[in-house]
Design a protein around this ligand. Structure first.
Ligand SMILES: NC(=O)c1ccc[n+]([C@@H]2O[C@H](COP(=O)([O-])OP(=O)(O)OC[C@H]3O[C@@H](n4cnc5c(N)ncnc54)[C@H](OP(=O)(O)O)[C@@H]3O)[C@@H](O)[C@H]2O)c1
Length: 266
């Protein structure tokens, strides 16, 4: 696949790492206003670093746009004259809705929105995808790209904001959970490095049990809770202190914030 990443910042570099590691490219153009900060990618075969978005568009079939929302419209206007009927435009730009992209590029372009997270750098991103009407014909290609970099789910566009909270901000929420369990492990006598190892691999194991077995979390909880035992004692104490409630409220607060930001932008 001939891919260009337009705007190779934090997310763009994570996607680039994932694509390179997974041998998912025939050629990869990485663009940035100041490309000298991503020289580290120059050593890879078939990777070109440039500040020239038009060149990247002309040399690629699939464009993954990962710029800040404020920069996106002018970039779309810059590349629009150079787009062919074959180009697939994948936007990871938060909150930039498909009708706004179509208003610059027209209705006849394959437009796909992707909401990945930074775990894309290690091939473990949960990525939500949606498309415009004509883009449905190419969404399988976007699915194939992001499935090489983790797991995908196709959703309606009106769920993209919720997906941003659950999946993109979700990385930060899960980091806090892992940090908290690390802190507890230190208090229980492990040194900091060991404590983090225990917390990381236990959370990985828990997620993998659900992924592999397809169970509801409560079924896995039942398997490790002995009546009157230590697990249920700890779980109930966490719930008395509001564990589930605070997680849910935090995610709703995050969603309300992203919704307000969007209203202010309209
Ligand atoms: N980080 C995440 O977890 C995540 C997840 C999902 C979606 N997103 C969304 O993805 C987008 C990018 O996020 P980010 O965290 O990667 O932001 P970022 O680090 O600021 O990266 C944006 C990049 O765009 C480049 N850029 C700006 N104007 C350009 C132009 N005219 N031509 C080419 N490149 C240009 C910038 O290059 P210079 O530095 O050289 O100016 C910068 O490297 C945002 O819309 C964000 O909401 C992020």
């Amino acid at each position: 696949m001939k891919i260009a990443i337009i705007g190779t910042g934090n997310l763009g570099q994570s996607i680039a790492k994932g694509l390179i590691t997974n041998n998912a490219i025939t050629s990869l153009y990485l663009t940035k206003r100041n490309p000298e900060t991503i020289q580290k990618f120059e050593g890879y075969q078939n990777v070109t670093i440039t500040s020239d978005n038009v060149l990247a568009v002309q040399k690629s079939d699939i464009l993954i746009c990962a710029v800040q929302p404020a920069h996106f419209e002018s970039i779309l206007k810059e590349i629009q004259p150079f787009l062919t009927d074959n180009h697939i435009i994948i936007s990871a730009v938060t909150g930039f809705i498909i009708p706004k992209i179509e208003s610059v590029l027209g209705l006849e372009k394959f437009i796909i929105r992707a909401m990945p997270n930074t775990a894309i750098a290690v091939g473990k991103s949960m990525t939500c995808l949606c498309s415009n009407e004509i883009g449905k014909k190419r969404i399988k290609i976007a699915e194939a790209i992001f499935n090489r970099l983790g797991h995908t789910l196709i959703i309606p566009e009106d769920q993209m904001q919720a997906a941003t909270v659950v999946c993109a901000s979700g990385i930060a929420f899960w980091m806090r959970m892992i940090r908290a369990t690390t802190q507890a492990a230190i208090q229980l006598g492990f040194d900091a490095k060991e404590a983090q190892e225990l917390a990381m691999y236990t959370s990985e194991g828990a997620a993998n049990l659900l992924i592999t077995n397809g169970d509801h979390p409560e079924e896995e909880i039942d398997r490790v809770t002995t009546p009157k035992g230590c697990t249920i004692e700890g779980l109930n104490e966490m719930e008395h202190k509001g564990l589930s409630s605070s997680l849910i409220q935090g995610m709703i607060a995050s969603y309300n914030k992203i919704s307000n930001i969007k209203k202010e932008q309209l």
